[in-house]
Each structure stands twice: as structure tokens, then as C-alpha cells.
Design a protein around this ligand. Structure first.
Ligand code: NAP
Ligand code: 3JN
Length: 339
């Protein structure tokens, strides 16, 4: 039988299940599928193309004969098992932040730096979801007029914090609507010293706090963008915010370019760019929103307009399904570059 032996570590999770769905939709050539998770899920079953697959506990010995190993079980699991998988001959496509800034590991968004995938030494990192959708929109503008400075603020869906957080938003919303005190246990992040209400609220923290009182998600966006776009000195700052939305991250992106680029020209360029859908029709009240991105693989860009407060300034509104283009789809596209 032709095709590849594919393994998924974290196959029972939100991202792992979506990777399976995307592999099926894109008809990725699979001759054998190995589904892996923790010992908690060993023996449970997951469906793929109408067949039931038994989940096994992931161990360093799980990767014999595997061609592509998709990891989405958190950084600790990747650190422990990805080197063993690569050593066994698999190409690891890792969704965690464990290796993203390692100079030996390519960090790839296929619309931006596909050539970097070929330089891998066994592990390729999939960027953070908020970074992916932003660089897909920024790269065509950079190619046309040179990026000078980026200021981004995000409006991130709770699904970025895993399956439990989606449930958490639903439970909290129900409690508030029924006049009960909501039980708060998912936001800002698992294991936090205190939890905040996310239903009917906005929380300006994603992941733990890091250097200079930036949260880690903000530092990921800054450092990953510089690496993917090969602009190590790029002036860029970020504020990352959790909003009570289940799926679809939105971003307000302010861009300063080196050269003039009128909004009409920017729109034309973005419309022709791979992986982008421009939705920008203010007279008809049409612009990207998370509900329209759910289940889609494209990055939606709108509200493209001039920022007259700086030379060559533009404002954009960028939306994508954080679990698909932000994680699963981007990972499968990376495998397709090598398959
Ligand atoms: P999730 O729904 O909570 O799923 C976690 C998965 O990891 C489950 O399959 C779980 O298996 C598995 N797992 C946990 N501990 C394990 C262990 N010791 N050994 C093997 N498998 C283990 O979380 P998710 O939303 O899918 O996210 C998973 C990871 O993907 C995140 O931690 C993050 O690193 C990455 N991620 C990346 C992005 C991005 O921006 N690109 C976005 C979201 C997530 P059990 O069923 O056995 O518990
Ligand atoms: O919160 C979001 O919207 C995105 C979260 C991504 C995430 C969640 C847990 C661990 C990551 C990531 O991909 O950066 C990680 C990680 O650091 O691996």
C-alpha cells in the first residue's frame, strides 16, 4: 500500500482530533495510522475515515517505522518524545512551543517560508496560532513595501486554552444567565494562582507572565514573527487578550511600512495572496468575524485602511480559526510540503 505511516501524539485532544479531520479532508496519503496519548486514554478509540483506531500510550518506542509524527500534547511531552521520534526516522511536526525558537529547528508557515521546511533535522515547529494568522497577512505587505513596525492586539477564543476552556465558557455563561456565581477554573491558564471569569468579560492575559510584564503569548508573537519572516530586528509589540468566543482569533494589526502602499493597493495584493480571503466592504457592513472563520482554513482580512498618524501606516483586522489554520491545518500543510 502506498502512503505514509502517520503518528499523532495527543490524538484525543482538540488539536489532535482536528489534525485527523484535516488529514482526512485533504486526503493526505496514509498507509498506517498510530494514535497516541497519555496512559489515561490508552485503549480508548478514535474514528478516522469511518474506522475505529485504538489509542496507545505514547512512549519513546512508539515511533518505529513512522514517517510523520504530529505532536500536540504540550511542550513537556514534545521535549520528552520528539527527539526519540526524530531519532527513529520520523519527521516531527510539533505544535508546542518547545522547539520554536531553537535555531536548528525550522518554524514554518507554508504561505510565508515554505523553503525553511526542507532544512529540518528531524523536527519542524508549528508556530503559535496568533502568530500564524498575523504573518500570513503581513508577508504580502512586507514583500510589497517593507515592514518597519507592527503593533498587534489580539482577541483570542477560549479554544486556544483547550477543550476544558470551551466547556468552562459555556458553564460560566449559563451560571451568569441563571443568576448563579460562575465557577471559574480555566482562564487565564491551567494551574494559575487565581482564575478570572471569562463569560461576559475580557481578560488581558494569555499564558504566564514573562519578561517586562509581557505575557508569554505576547513574547511568542514577537519572537516567532521575527524568526518566520527572517526579520530579526523587526520593531513589533503585542497585547494578547482572551475574549468570550469559542472558536476564531481576531487581531487588530497596525503596520508601518518603509514605502508607500495605499489601502486600495494593499487590498489588491492581499486578495491575490495564498491562504487569504479579503472581506472588506464597509458600505455593506462586511468585515471578518470569528463566526465566519469557524471550520475554515483561510485567514480573513478586512478593515484595511490608512493610518495617517505615521508615514506609510495601515490598519488591518485579521481573523482565523485558531484550531485549524492556527494549529492543525498549518501542521498538515507542512507535511504536504515534504510528502
Ligand atoms: P487538549 O484538548 O487538552 O489535548 C491534550 C492532548 O495531549 C490529549 O490528547 C492528551 O491525552 C495528550 N496528553 C496529555 N498528556 C500527555 C502525555 N503525558 N503523553 C501523551 N499525551 C498526552 O489540548 P489541545 O487544545 O489539543 O492542545 C494540545 C497542545 O497543542 C497544547 O498544549 C499546545 O502545546 C498545542 N497547541 C498549539 C496551538 C498553536 O498555537 N499552534 C494551539 C493550541 C494548542 P489524554 O487524552 O490521554 O489526556
Ligand atoms: O491560548 C491560545 O489561544 C493559544 C495557546 C497555545 C498554547 C497553549 C498551551 C501550550 C501553546 C502554544 O502553542 O504556544 C502551548 C505551548 O507553549 O506549547
Amino acid at each position: 500500500m502506498s502512503g505514509y505511516h502517520v503518528a499523532i501524539v495527543g490524538a484525543t485532544g482538540l488539536v489532535g482530533r482536528t489534525i485527523l479531520q484535516v488529514l482526512q479532508e485533504r486526503d493526505f496519503p496514509i498507509k498506517k495510522l498510530t494514535l497516541l496519548a497519555s496512559s489515561r486514554s490508552a485503549g480508548s478509540t478514535v474514528e478516522f475515515k469511518g474506522e475505529s483506531y485504538s489509542v496507545q500510550e505514547a512512549t519513546p518506542a512508539s515511533f518505529k517505522g513512522v514517517d510523520f509524527a504530529f505532536f500536540s500534547a504540550g511542550g513537556g511531552v514534545s521535549e520528552k518524545l520528539a527527539p526519540a521520534a526524530a531519532q527513529s526516522g520520523a519527521v516531527v511536526i510539533d505544535n508546542s512551543s518547545a522547539f520554536r525558537l531553537d535555531p536548528e529547528v525550522p518554524l514554518v508557515v507554508p504561505e510565508v517560508n515554505p523553503e525553511d521546511a526542507k532544512k529540518h533535522k528531524g523536527i519542524i515547529a508549528n508556530p503559535n496560532c496568533s502568530t500564524i494568522q498575523m504573518v500570513v497577512a503581513l508577508n504580502p505587505l512586507h514583500q510589497a513595501a517593507g515592514l518597519k513596525r507592527v503593533v498587534v492586539s489580539t482577541y483570542q477564543a477560549v479554544s486556544g486554552a483547550g477543550h476544558r476552556a470551551i466547556q468552562g465558557l459555556e458553564n460560566e455563561s449559563r451560571a451568569v444567565l441563571e443568576g448563579r456565581e460562575p465557577e471559574k477554573n480555566t482562564i487565564p491558564h491551567r494551574g494559575a494562582a487565581r482564575y478570572h471569569q471569562i463569560a461576559f468579560n475580557v481578560v488581558p492575559q494569555i499564558d504566564v507572565f514573562d519578561e517586562d510584564d509581557y505575557c508569554k503569548e505576547e513574547m511568542k508573537m514577537i519572537k516567532e514573527t521575527r524568526k518566520i519572516m527572517n526579520l530579526p530586528e523587526l520593531a513589533i509589540t503585542a497585547t494578547t487578550v482572551r475574549v468570550p468566543v469559542s472558536f476564531g482569533h481576531s487581531e487588530s494589526v497596525n503596520v508601518e511600512l518603509n514605502n508607500p502602499l495605499p489601502p486600495s493597493k494593499a487590498k489588491e495584493i492581499l486578495k491575490k495572496s495564498a491562504g487569504i480571503v479579503v472581506v472588506d466592504n464597509p458600505s455593506q457592513l462586511e468585515y471578518p468575524m470569528p463566526v465566519m472563520s469557524k471550520g475554515k482554513d483561510e485567514v480573513f482580512v478586512g478593515r484595511i485602511r490608512v493610518d495617517r498618524s505615521v508615514p506609510h501606516g495601515l490598519n488591518l483586522w485579521v481573523v482565523a480559526d485558531n484550531i485549524r489554520k492556527g494549529a492543525a491545518t498549518n501542521s498538515v500543510q507542512i507535511a504536504e510540503l515534504l510528502a
